[in-house]
Design a protein. Structure first.
Ligand SMILES: O=C(O)[C@H]1O[C@H](OP(=O)(O)OP(=O)(O)OC[C@H]2O[C@@H](n3ccc(=O)[nH]c3=O)[C@H](O)[C@@H]2O)[C@H](O)[C@@H](O)[C@@H]1O
Length: 261
């Protein structure tokens, strides 16, 4: 009797142990997301969030409010206006624009509602006349500025109204010495501007001229301009054109020298 007991299941058992995976439902993940959103009014909250964000970006198109220094010399901070500068300064700025620095304009390329990323900028000679006005302008448009100046002819008072602003730093330093800084742009305005000043230390003046190449490349390297892709603006003087017959000199006036050879 016992020998006749045969396990019936063995007849239906597959002969091989091969594994067959579950069939894949192609829309499973999509339907799961839709179900998730429809539950507990989550979709409603998403729409409310979008509506609030749209409202904020419409009411406040740019979120980068310029820093207004407590004792700023300028009461009008118009983002792309330079009308409050003296004529000669305007000419310097407009030539800087032509050199490509205008591309950092905060207002021209930033889409509505997006905050412009401030640049890190070194201004050598930033405590001088031209430099300090440039610093005001850069700070006003939201950049971080490091002034490097040895106060040879410049004055701390020219930049004092920025003290306490986290976007401003002042370093007393002679630009002929190396300085390691990571920045996006370098405006090199440190220079004794008149014979009275550059005759004060004729040896250093001569050395500076001899070192000019070093000074520029040194600054470029010191400020890691090459590595971080920083732009470099070197300012000069209209005196390079020789004794001028016109004043003020226009960009079209070449004086006694053809600057392009
Ligand atoms: O050409 C012009 O239109 C202007 O030139 C100069 O203005 P600027 O070139 O800014 O000369 P400074 O005011 O003397 O500024 C030069 C700055 O460089 C600094 N500097 C100079 C030499 C140096 O080796 N290192 C250095 O940091 C000085 O301390 C100073 O802060 C005159 O000061 C202005 O009156 C004139 O209008």
């Amino acid at each position: 009797m016992g020998s006749e007991l045969i396990y019936r299941g063995s007849e239906t058992q597959p002969s091989s142990d091969s594994y067959s995976p579950k069939p894949v439902k192609p829309w499973a993940s999509v339907t799961r997301i839709i179900h998730y959103l429809l539950r507990e009014q989550r979709l409603l909250f998403v729409f409310v969030g979008i509506a609030i964000a749209t409202l904020i970006f419409t009411v406040f198109p740019t979120s980068s409010a310029p820093y207004v220094a407590p004792h700023s010399r300028f009461t009008t901070l118009i983002p792309d206006s330079i009308t409050y500068f003296p004529i000669e300064t305007q000419q310097k700025f407009s030539s800087a624009h032509r050199l490509g620095f205008g591309s950092a304009n905060p207002t021209s390329k930033i889409p509505l509602g997006l905050k412009r990323k401030g640049l890190r900028i070194v201004v050598t000679g930033g405590a001088g006349f031209v430099g300090s006005h440039l610093v005001d302008r850069l700070i006003a448009r939201g950049d971080s500025v490091i002034v490097v100046d040895n106060f040879f002819t410049g004055r701390k008072q020219n930049v004092m109204h920025h003290f306490g602003n986290p976007n401003f730093e002042l370093i007393r330093h002679d630009v002929v010495e190396p300085l390691l800084l990571e920045v996006d742009q370098i405006y090199h305005l440190a220079c004794p501007a008149s014979p009275v000043h550059y005759k004060f230390n004729p040896v250093k003046t001569i050395i500076s001229f001899i070192l000019l190449q070093n000074l520029i490349t040194g600054l470029l390297q010191a400020c890691l301009a090459k590595r971080v892709g920083a732009r470099f603006l070197l300012t000069s003087t209209s005196e390079v054109y020789g004794d001028p017959l016109q004043h003020p000199q226009k960009e079209t006036y070449w004086g006694n020298v053809n600057p392009i050879g």
